[in-house]
Structures are given as structure tokens and as C-alpha cells.
Design a protein around this ligand. Sequence first.
Ligand code: SF4
Length: 364
Amino acid sequence: MSRKKFVLLVEPKKSKKYHTPYPPLGLLKLVSFHKRKGDTVKLVNGLCEDGFKPDVVYITSLFTYAWEPVHEVIHYYSNKYKKARVIVGGIYATLCPDHLFETFKDRIEIYKGVMREVENLLPDYSLVPDWKASILFSSRGCIRNCEFCSVCVLEPEFKPKKSVKNLIYPGHKKVIFWDNNFLASPYWMDILEEVEELELEVDFNQGLDARLFTEETVLRLKRIRIPLIRLAYDTKGIREPLKRAVRLLKKAGFRGRKIIVYCLYNFSDSPEDFLERIRELLDWGVVAYPMRYEPLEPRPKNSYVSPNWTPEELEMIAKGRRVIGYGGAFPPYEGLKRKILGARNFQKAFSLRPPHREETQDKA
Ligand code: SF4
């Protein structure tokens, strides 16, 4: 019989540089995996001093720009527990293994992609008792291959699940789907029936693919508890299916202010192209949420400037989101619509002047 192990699971210290509102899903699944084997597990955030001497240390990682806090915990734990295996996984580890290897060489093992052994396990949410929602994937991968997206590296194969009931934690009243393309699954209706039956609130956190919307989609969405619908308008190429999806949603009774559309910028678009998409969204009466493109290599957040943009123009959007936007988004408030739809160009649309009294009142 193999000896029971001591397993340490490390989430880099949460900070401005490593920010996520979510618990470390992969680590919570690893907790379940090792507990089943009878191992002793401990989950920590950042650097932790105590007498726990692990045989294995798992370290997770987030976006590529958040690599420094990951390096900090690797340095710390690989020096502290020289005999332990140190395994680093997650998004940054999968996308930038060479960057990790340059620094740590064979002091660590790099795990790329989804860990198959734990994929279908219920995460051990008992370690995060304040967290009240089950996060799950009803599918991995995506049927599309958008140029700006890392999913084709993180989850190269599209793999749908037939059921997610086993991934919902008893007592949770909400589920958060992290699927990249929920509607692409041939089982999406079965999955929706499961959450409908359990009367759970649903959040499609990564957005739904407007190109896959039909009248049936909207009818099914209408049957579940879904406070927000998230869509994307990343390129002008999806204008028509997006417009149709918005029309179907509104016809079915979803309020425009509850439809959030992510708008990628700073990729191959230009400021005027971005403005046109924002204008259309406001005109359709939905909320436009700008999303700045970040390259996949490790570099400080917000440091990349695409050839069609200038740092000043990017800054105008950042300030605009803070000053004339609301929660980082541009909702279809009348004052905001007048400003953006009536502007001659990008500069005018996002130039900042104190909002008129009536614009402020729109938000109330
Ligand atoms: S549809 Fe979404 S998840 Fe799929 S490749 Fe495009 S951006 Fe990525």
C-alpha cells in the first residue's frame, strides 16, 4: 500500500496584481482528489509559515500578466520544502511554460491544460465556506478559433458533458458556468433542464455565443433564473447574429439593461471601429462593456498598445469607463447615449467633461 501523503495547495497571495473574486477551482478539485485517497491536505493563500511538511505542493496561476505573485510562491515553497514535488498549473503555466522554466528549471513540474484526473470531481467547497455558488464547466474548449483567444491552447479539444448534477455542491443556490461556449454543446438543453429542476440561479460567466441563438435558445433561457445575459461583440463580423440575438432576447422580455455585451478593443480594431460597435450597442439599448485586449505573453497589465491605437486613446477609454460609465460599462442611459451617439468622432465621444445634471440623474 502506498504511504498517505501530505499535500499543500497554494493560491498566490491575492492582491492588486493577482486579483480574482473566485475561489481556486482547480485546487479545490485537487483537495477532493487527495482526500479520497486518504491524504492530508492543506489549502493556503500566499506564503504560509507552519509545521506542515508536504510531500507535494500544487501551485495555481491566473492570467499571464499576473505571473509575479506566482513566482513569489514558487520561490518560497520550493526553497522551503526542497524534497517535495512542486507542481505548477493553471492559465499562466499552460500558456507560458518556457517563461516559468527559464526561472525555475527542474525545481518544478509544469502541468499544462486541464487535469483529467480531477475534471469530474466535485470541488471541496467546505474549505471556502463563505463562497455560495458552484462553479462548473459543462464543456471544455470551443468550436471556434478566434485569433485573440487563448482557449485553443488552454483547452484544445471541445468536450461537452452530458450532465453537471455531480458538480453542484449541496446547499448552493447558484451555479456559475465557466464554459467558453455553452451553447455549442449538444447537451446544453439537458444541462439547462438540470439547473431549472434544481431552481438554481445561473450565471454564464464567459458569455453566450450570439451566433448560436435561436428562438428555442431564448425560450429555454427564459425558463431559468438568470439575472444577466452576457454576450460579446468582438469584431464587426458578428454584427448581424448579435443584433438578432438582442432582438430575440428583448422580444422574450429580457431588459436591455440586463444584457451586457463585451466589446474587445486594442486588438486588430481601431478607435473608430470600437466607437461604432459601442454606438450600435447603445442604440440597441443594451450595456456595452469594453474589454481591453491583453497579449498572451507575460507582460504588465495594460502595457500592450496595438498598432491601431495610441496610449492616449486607450487612456481615454479607461477614464471614460470610470467617469461617464457605470461599473466600468456604458449602459444605455439617455445622457450617455446622447453623448456617444451624437459625437462626431472617437475623440469627442470619449472626451471628458463633467456630466450634465440630467446625465447623472439617468443613473439614479
Ligand atoms: S468564441 Fe469565445 S471562447 Fe470561442 S474561440 Fe472565440 S473568443 Fe474564444
